[in-house]
Structure formats: structure tokens, C-alpha cells
Design a protein around this ligand. Structure first.
Ligand SMILES: NC(=O)c1ccc[n+]([C@@H]2O[C@H](COP(=O)([O-])OP(=O)(O)OC[C@H]3O[C@@H](n4cnc5c(N)ncnc54)[C@H](OP(=O)(O)O)[C@@H]3O)[C@@H](O)[C@H]2O)c1
Length: 248
């Protein structure tokens, strides 16, 4: 009997990652849901009985990424994919100033948005290659148009450069690698406490659709990339963004 197939989803405790984990579980994958806080992961698992394994890990660290890979290996699971949704805005550098503040801010954003994707994928690379797995890295529209200052857009853009190489490396093993770069998705912790009615409306009105996106809409695109029809799309930047940035 062939082993059960898991997709490892980081950032699965909230927002887009949570919607991805739920959608993939309903599509028949056994999902390995990863985040630093255990409680939201366990709540998710309790809602999707039998289809979600949880791992509490900080995947910006080698130890955390290795813990995830060890759990997948110990369970004897085939690795059908990795979805890296962990990331977000870093808190800046409270107490620091000048270049020290700049360095701390960029370092924190690098760890949160680049290392989380790279370390998790590299920890699972042998399994992904063995099983022809598919990798999806969540970037942002900020990588395409800037983020209004700070490191966030630049750090997300680093994933774009990396995914081209990753796609070339996984292709001969039957795998794929893509970036999904969402636009404005307010029902997430990313935006918690940062929106007013006015700013929410302004952001929505900048799209061609006149509305924000939902975590489920982003999840359905990712589910397609991991599903039976997604095997010939690789090395791409896919932008569910309501048309706020065109053609990229
Ligand atoms: N919402 C938007 O409008 C939007 C737009 C474009 C791109 N994005 C990107 O989409 C991704 C998902 O974000 P979201 O919007 O769904 O926000 P979110 O609700 O804040 O989700 C981010 C998740 O990542 C987890 N996480 C953060 N650092 C981690 C680490 N080092 N190790 C493990 N897990 C970690 C967090 O859980 P713990 O704190 O428990 O670890 C959290 O559940 C992010 O990469 C974000 O930059 C969001």
C-alpha cells in the first residue's frame, strides 16, 4: 500500500495558511499544519477530524524546520507538497535607532519572510524530491510594487528569485515550485488592528474588482497548484490580487 500523502503548511494557525490547510484537508490530503502557537493549530485540527497533524515549530530556525521534517518522516508520510505561508510584517526594532534599528528591522523581516520559506523547504527537500512534491511560497503584491517603506516587499521579492531555481531543481524529480503573491486579504492576523473603515475601503477600491480578497480565494488557487491539474505550472508568480497590479 502506498503511504499517505501529506502537504506541510506553515502559518496554518490563522489567515491564509489556515484556509489552505482546511481546503487541502477537504481535498483529501493529510495536512501537516505548522505554526509557533499550538492552540490555534489544535483548534484547526479538531475541526477537520483525522485530516490534520499539527507541529508547533518556529520555522525561521533550523531546529524548528528539522522538527517538522522529522515528524513527517517518523509518520512514514509521502510529501506531496509544502506551502509556506508563515511570514508577515516584523515589529520593527523597539529601543534601537539609526543604522542599528535598520539592521534589526531587515534581519527580522528576512527571518520571518525568507528563512521561514527556505529552511522549511530545505528540511523537506529530500522528501519533496523523492515524492515529486509541489512547493508554493506565499509572497505578496508588495514584492511587485513596494510596501510603502521598510524591508517587507524586498524580502518577499527574494522568494521570487529563489523560486526560479527551485522550479528548475524540482522539475527533473516531477515536482513544481511557484510563488503565490496575494493582494489585500483583510480577514487575517496580518491586518489585525491595522485597518480603519476608511483604509479598508480605500484598499478595496484600488482593485479592479472593487473588493478585498478572502483567505479561501487564495487557498483555492493554491489547492489547484497542488491538485491533479496543476502539474505543468512551475516557476511562476501567480497573483490573486483583484487586479490591483496587472499582468505579473
Ligand atoms: N493578508 C494579506 O493581505 C496578505 C497579502 C499578501 C501576502 N500576505 C502573506 O500571506 C502569508 C500569510 O499571512 P496572513 O495574511 O494569513 O497573516 P497571519 O494570519 O498573520 O498568518 C501568518 C501565520 O504565520 C505564522 N508564523 C509566523 N512566523 C512563523 C514562524 N517563524 N514559524 C512558524 N509559523 C510562523 C503565524 O502563527 P504563529 O504566530 O503562531 O507562528 C501566523 O499563523 C504571510 O506570508 C503574509 O506576508 C498576506
Amino acid at each position: 500500500m502506498s503511504p499517505a500523502r501529506t502537504v506541510v503548511v506553515s502559518g496554518a494557525g490563522s489567515g491564509i495558511g489556515r484556509a489552505v490547510a482546511r481546503r487541502l484537508a477537504r481535498d483529501g490530503f493529510l495536512v501537516t499544519a505548522v505554526g509557533r502557537r499550538l492552540e490555534p493549530l489544535e483548534r484547526l485540527a479538531s475541526e477537520e477530524a483525522q485530516r490534520i497533524e499539527v507541529v508547533s515549530a518556529d520555522v525561521a530556525t533550523e531546529v524548528g524546520a528539522e522538527r517538522v521534517a522529522s515528524q513527517v518522516a517518523a509518520a512514514g508520510l509521502a510529501c506531496a507538497g509544502v506551502v509556506s505561508a508563515a511570514g508577515g510584517l516584523s515589529p520593527g526594532a523597539p529601543g534601537a535607532d539609526g543604522l542599528s534599528a535598520v539592521r534589526q528591522d531587515w534581519q527580522a523581516s528576512f527571518e520571518s519572510n525568507v528563512l521561514t520559506a527556505v529552511l522549511l523547504t530545505e528540511a523537506l527537500r529530500a522528501a519533496v524530491e523523492r515524492d515529486g512534491g509541489r512547493v508554493v511560497l506565499i509572497s505578496s503584491v508588495a514584492a511587485l510594487r513596494g510596501s510603502g517603506g521598510g524591508p517587507y516587499g524586498a524580502m518577499k521579492a527574494a522568494l521570487h528569485g529563489w523560486v526560479y531555481d527551485l522550479a528548475a531543481e524540482l522539475g527533473p524529480h516531477g515536482g513544481t515550485a511557484n510563488v503565490v503573491a496575494p493582494g489585500f486579504v483583510p480577514e487575517t492576523e496580518f491586518w489585525a488592528g491595522r485597518l480603519t473603515t476608511e483604509s479598508r475601503q480605500r484598499r478595496a477600491s484600488q482593485t479592479l474588482t472593487g473588493r478585498a480578497g478572502t483567505p479561501d480565494e487564495v487557498a483555492s488557487l493554491i489547492a489547484w497548484l497542488l491538485g491533479p491539474d496543476g502539474g505543468w505550472v512551475t516557476g511562476q508568480i501567480l497573483s490573486p490580487n483583484g487586479g490591483v497590479v496587472l499582468g505579473r
